[in-house]
Design a protein around this ligand. Structure first.
Ligand code: ABC
Ligand code: CA
Length: 532
């Protein structure tokens, strides 16, 4: 038991102050935003009508109780809603259940729990070898009237702590984007004067304290494009951890500038063509590939650090845009086979289909957290295959995806050795085919589609020729890269090494010390490889 404790605490300390390199091999289950919608502390299932925009009862304690659910899908990081005290009571847009309406940056949102509860979430995650990411808002505080009651804000409580009132109208005018206010006269998002040096140092020490108080491993920064770029490097440095920013814009040229000032961005420029590519049959797959290539060449770290996502709390869920199960499965596969850090918005795995905010913010407890479901199994396989690929190829995380020609406009081949993802937007009634002469495998190499565990062989030149059915995606891996004791297609795996067990904790407590030690060793080895 002592050995277990020692090893665990050694491991836990390595999880603190996680750097960008350490984040790169993570998947994030985006429980963010919806701390209120993810899980209740007592396991109850109260009704939650999204259109009412009210608190529904999810808390940090609730998240702790549902970490098995997250971890069973293969995720090893969780991203939660902003944690600070928000506007209380009703507004024209309901309550602040999403956490983005800051009133006091130095107090917690009591609807989500106490400081001890948040610390308990953090240590529960670390105890599992998982990371905690917290969402932070610097750009604004939220008012409930026009003009706002400045004295209600803490610690910035005078009008001069904010930019003069004007609402952002022209998003092409960068000064206006940075200094005017988001929101509207009903709920003005009162724009903090981030040019003032006292405010800058208060914000920097605030984020530093927040990270250390709650042992946070990474921060998602809200509304990054609404604050001058040269504010961010010091802020990011003060956090001491990995920073990923929201820059809601569809152009890689615009977003890439922000990859110079923080570790990473949410890859919105790729999200737009991703949705367009798969929401209908006949969507443009090559436009998606082109955008990725632009991002690979213009983002500071290529696409490697960017957050790759299909859904989030601001956009209509993908399953509100199409009912075609094959299109859904192909689109869902994308973030896991791309270069970035895969991020999945909670509820996608349960086929939630809410439209625009607030409909896309359903309570997860209403799903029953059922794990025996096709999309949940896809996610398990995809996370598992990605981990196996990382183990099999020590350069996997710095190998840029390439798009190989497939001989058809409705299919695409995404190559990131040893993984080859075959995607299609032909839809459920299509019989897709991929003909890839230069797939890069060994002659006749034995491969498996991790989504079905069906085997196939490369041809004599290492090429791949596949005829699919029902418009399904296929994610190919050599059977030699999968582990017999690993979680993915273990029945056909031919590798005996234990390395792909990394990141997967067994159920048995007895195996914990061994796995913790392996994890720690693997992690350290990998980080140094990446740094080198
Ligand atoms: C509230 C209600 C909603 C109601 C709305 C009017 O007011 O809850 O039901 O519909 C938070 C809450 C929201 C809340 C807002 C405002 O606060 O979550 O529910 O809406 O009170 C971040 C967060 C987001 C958060 C905030 C505020 C910021 O992720 O959850 O919202 O802290 C802008 C910002 C972006 C921000 C987003 C909501 O608004 O840049 O950081 N997200 C264009 C602009 C974007 C702009 C977007 C707004 O419109 O370029 O900058 O985002 O819709 C493409 C174009 C894009 C274009 C999009 C829409 O279309 O290429 O440029 O984006 O084709
Ligand atoms: Ca601003």
């Amino acid at each position: 038991m002592l050995r277990l404790t020692l090893l665990t605490s050694l491991f836990v300390s390595s999880a603190l102050a996680a750097s960008a390199d350490q984040w790169r091999n993570r998947s994030i289950y985006q429980a963010r935003l919806l701390t209120d919608r993810f899980a209740t502390p007592d396991g109850s299932s109260p009704p939650c009508d999204t259109s009412q925009r009210q608190y529904c009862g999810g808390t940090w304690q609730g998240i702790v109780k549902k970490l098995d659910y997250v971890q069973n899908m293969g995720f090893d990081a969780v991203w939660i809603s902003p944690i600070v005290a928000n506007v209380e009571g009703n507004t024209s847009y309901g309550e602040a259940y999403h956490g983005y309406w800051t009133q006091n940056i130095n107090a917690l949102n009591s609807h989500f729990g106490t400081a001890d509860d948040l610390k308990a979430l953090s240590s529960a995650l670390h105890g599992r070898g998982m990371y905690l990411m917290v969402d932070v808002v610097v750009n604004h505080m939220a008012g409930t009237s026009d003009p706002p009651n400045f004295s209600a804000f803490q610690p910035f409580s005078s009008q001069s702590d904010f930019h003069p009132e004007c609402f952002v109208v022209n998003y092409d005018n960068q000064t206006e984007v940075e200094q005017c206010w988001l929101g509207d006269k009903n709920v003005p998002l009162v724009d903090v004067n981030t040019e003032d040096s006292n405010i800058v140092s208060t914000m920097n020490s605030w984020v530093s304290t927040l990270v250390s108080n709650f042992s946070v491993d990474g921060v998602r920064i809200d509304t990054v494009k609404h604050v001058r770029k040269d504010f961010w490097p010091e802020f990011a440095k003060s956090s001491g951890v990995f920073t990923i920013g929201e820059v809601l814009h569809n152009e890689t040229g615009y977003v890439s500038a922000y990859t110079q000032v923080i570790d990473s961005v949410l890859d919105y420029p790729t999200w737009f063509p991703l949705v367009a590519a798969f929401q209908t049959t006949g969507g443009n797959l090559s436009a998606l590939a082109t955008t990725v290539e632009q991002a690979q060449s213009s983002y500071k770290n290529g696409e490697f650090m960017s957050g790759s996502f299909l859904e989030n709390h601001d956009q209509p869920r993908f399953q509100s845009l199409t009912q075609d199960n094959a299109l859904i499965r192909n689109a869902m596969t994308w973030p896991f086979v791309q270069d970035g850090i895969p991020i999945m918005y909670y509820g996608q795995e349960q086929s939630y289909g809410g439209g625009a905010d607030p409909a896309n913010r359903e309570a997860l407890w209403l799903s029953g957290y059922v794990e025996d479901k096709p999309l949940v199994k896809d996610v398990q396989a995809l996370n598992g295959a990605r981990k196996a690929a990382i183990s099999a190829n020590s350069n996997y995380l710095t190998t840029a995806v390439k798009f190989l020609s497939t001989g058809s406009e409705s299919t695409m081949a995404v190559s990131k050795p040893p993984m080859l993802a075959l995607l299609t937007n032909g839809g459920s009634s299509s019989t897709p085919s991929w003909s890839i002469p230069n797939a890069g495998y060994q002659a006749n190499e034995e491969l498996v589609d991790v989504l079905t565990c069906n085997k196939l062989n490369a041809d004599g030149n290492g090429g791949v020729s596949v005829q699919g059915s029902g418009g399904s995606p296929q994610v190919l891996m050599p059977t030699s890269s999968l582990n017999k004791s690993g979680g993915v297609c273990s029945g056909v795996a031919t590798s005996g090494q234990a390395s792909s067990a990394r990141g997967w904790f067994g159920d048995s407590l007895q195996s914990l010390p061994v796995i913790a030690a392996l994890l720690f060793a693997g992690w350290a080895a990998q980080s140094s490889l990446i740094i080198a």
